[in-house]
Design a protein around this ligand. Structure first.
Ligand SMILES: NC(=O)c1ccc[n+]([C@@H]2O[C@H](COP(=O)([O-])OP(=O)(O)OC[C@H]3O[C@@H](n4cnc5c(N)ncnc54)[C@H](O)[C@@H]3O)[C@@H](O)[C@H]2O)c1
Length: 438
C-alpha cells in the first residue's frame, strides 16, 4: 500500500456512541469523557487523545498529536446511549460497578444520570448467570433487530447526531461455533426470522448496526460480527467493523512480553496465567460456557506471536494454561499472575513471575473511546468490512479468512499509525534508515 491522500469527510456535528451493555467498562468510559470535558482528569491510556505520530525523517522533528493529524470528533461533540437489561442509569451503574471514586462521580452526576439504558435484546440462554427486567419482547429475532433499528433511528433524531458508532460492552456470551446459519446474509436473515438458537443477542445488535450503516466494534470474545454473513453485509453496507475482546490486563502484558522473547530468540517451556476478579464480568465468566469463549480468545495469542512451526526449537512444545477465578472481595481490581518458564543459551532454564494488580475497566475504558473515534474516522474515510489496523485494541483480532491475525502489540501499533499516515498521504514509516550506507 503506497501513500495516497484520500478524502476524509470532516467530523462535523455530533457523534452518538451507542453501547450495548452499560456495566463497568461502558460507564467508566462515559464517566471518563465527562470528567475530561470538565477538566477534572486526563484521558490517560487513550492513543487518540494522548498519542503522537512521527512524520517524515527523525531529523524533521515533526511529531503532531494524532488528534491534530487526523480529523477526529472532539470530545465535546459526543453523546452517549445504550442498552442494558438493568434499568440503572449510568450514574447508578457506575456506583454499583465501584470502579471510580464516589467523589468523582458526584461531580458529573447530572450528565451521568441523563444516560439511561434502552430496553435490551437479551436471552438468558446466552448469558446464564444474568437476568434483568429491562428487556424487549418480540415475535422473533428479526423483530428484535427491527426494534433495535428503530431505537437507533430514534436516538439519532432525538439527540441531533450526524453519525453513530456502536461498541459492544455487554457480557461475554456462551461459546458458539460458526455454523451454516452464519455463512450468508440470506441464511442469517432466515435464521433471525426462524429464531435460530445459534444467533445470540450480540449478533442481533451487530446485524441491526450494520443494517443501519453504523460502524460496529465487539469488545467481548463472543462471535457477534465475526461471521461470514456479517462480514459480507458490512462490505455491502459500507460499514467498518472490528473485534474481538478488548486487549487489557494479562493479555496486554503477554503481547508486550512475548514479542520481546521472540526478538531475542529466548525459548519458552510454559506460561501459566491465572486471574482472580470479583466484578460482574467475573461472575459471568464463572460459568464454564462463558469462560470457554474467553479462554479461546486468550489462548491463541502466544501461538500466533511465537510461531512454533517457524521456531520449533524455541516454541515447539510450550504449555499454555489460562485460568479465571471469580473472587468477589476483589471487585473490579483484578490480580493476574503469570509464571513464565523460559530458557536461554544452551537451553538453561529461567523463570519470570509477573503479578499485575490491575484495574480492568480502567484499562478497557480508553480502548472503547479510541475504537469509537477511530471507527467513526474509518467510516468517514470510506473504509468498510474488517478493520485489521485496529487489531491493536483486541485480544482476538478479527481478520480476513486468508491471513492469520497479528497479535504483536508493536506490529499492531505500527500498522495503526501507518494506516493514519496513509489516510493523510504521508510517507509510511518502515524504520529503515540507511544513512550509513551512502
Ligand atoms: N474490563 C476488561 O478489561 C475487559 C477486557 C476485555 C473484554 N471485556 C468484556 O467487556 C464486556 C463488559 O465488561 P464489564 O466488566 O463492563 O462487564 P459488566 O458485567 O460490568 O457489564 C456488562 C453489562 O452488559 C449487560 N448485558 C449483558 N447482556 C446484554 C444484552 N444482550 N444487551 C444489553 N446489555 C447486556 C449486563 O447487564 C451488564 O450490565 C464483557 O463481555 C467483558 O468480558 C472486558
Amino acid at each position: 500500500m503506497s501513500s495516497s491522500s484520500v478524502e476524509i469527510k470532516p467530523a462535523q456535528g455530533k457523534l452518538g456512541i451507542l453501547l450495548p451493555g452499560m456495566g463497568a467498562v461502558a460507564t467508566t468510559m462515559v464517566a471518563g469523557v465527562f470528567a475530561v470535558r470538565k477538566g477534572l482528569s486526563k484521558p490517560i491510556g487513550s492513543l487518540t487523545q494522548m498519542g503522537t505520530i512521527r512524520l517524515g525523517k527523525r531529523t524533521d522533528k515533526n511529531v503532531p498529536a494524532i488528534k491534530d493529524f487526523v480529523p477526529l470528533v472532539d470530545l465535546n461533540n459526543i453523546v452517549f446511549g445504550g442498552w442494558d437489561i438493568f434499568e440503572d442509569n449510568a450514574y447508578q451503574a457506575a456506583m454499583k460497578a465501584g470502579v471510580l471514586d464516589k467523589d468523582l462521580l458526584q461531580q458529573i452526576k447530572p450528565e451521568m444520570e441523563a444516560v439511561r439504558p434502552m430496553k435490551a435484546v437479551f436471552d438468558q440462554k446466552y448469558v446464564r448467570r444474568l437476568s434483568g427486567p429491562n428487556v424487549k419482547t418480540g415475535k422473533n429475532k428479526m423483530d428484535m433487530a427491527d426494534q433495535l433499528r428503530q431505537d437507533i433511528r430514534d436516538f439519532k433524531k432525538t439527540n441531533g447526531c450526524s453519525r453513530l458508532v456502536m461498541v459492544w460492552c455487554g457480557s461475554t456470551e456462551v461459546f458458539i461455533k460458526p455454523t451454516d446459519v452464519h455463512q450468508t446474509i440470506e441464511s442469517l436473515e432466515k435464521g433471525l426470522r426462524e429464531n435460530d438458537p445459534n444467533i445470540p443477542s450480540s449478533m442481533i445488535y451487530a446485524y441491526a448496526a450494520i443494517m443501519e450503516g453504523i460502524p460496529y466494534a465487539n469488545g467481548a470474545p463472543n462471535l457477534s460480527a465475526d461471521i461470514p454473513a456479517l462480514v459480507e453485509l458490512a462490505g455491502k453496507q459500507n460499514v467498518p467493523i472490528c473485534g474481538k475482546d478488548f486487549k487489557t490486563g494479562q493479555t496486554l502484558i503477554k503481547t508486550i512480553l512475548a514479542p520481546g522473547f521472540k526478538a531475542r530468540m529466548i525459548g519458552l517451556n510454559g506460561w501459566y496465567s491465572t486471574n482472580i476478579l470479583g466484578n460482574r464480568d467475573g461472575e459471568v465468566l464463572d460459568d464454564p460456557e462463558s469462560f470457554k469463549t474467553k479462554e479461546e480468545s486468550k489462548l491463541s495469542v502466544l501461538e500466533h506471536i511465537l510461531q512454533p512451526t517457524v521456531y520449533p526449537d524455541l516454541y515447539g512444545k510450550f504449555s499454555h494454561v489460562v485460568r479465571i477465578n471469580y473472587y468477589p472481595p476483589r471487585g473490579d481490581n483484578k490480580e493476574g499472575w503469570d509464571n513464565i518458564d523460559i530458557f536461554g543459551w544452551l537451553g538453561y532454564p529461567m523463570q519470570i513471575k509477573v503479578d499485575f494488580l490491575c484495574r480492568d475497566s480502567i484499562l478497557a475504558a480508553p480502548i472503547v473511546l479510541d475504537l469509537a473515534l477511530l471507527l467513526d474516522l474509518a467510516g468517514r474515510t470510506g473504509f468498510r468490512g474488517i478493520q485489521e489496523w485496529l487489531s491493536f485494541y483486541f485480544k482476538s483480532p478479527q481478520h480476513a479468512a486468508s491471513v492469520y491475525p497479528e497479535h504483536d502489540l508493536f506490529i499492531q501499533l505500527m500498522k495503526l499509525k501507518n494506516t493514519l499516515r496513509w489516510m493523510r498521504g504521508e510517507e509510511l514509516i518502515t524504520h529503515l534508515g540507511l544513512e550509513y550506507y551512502d
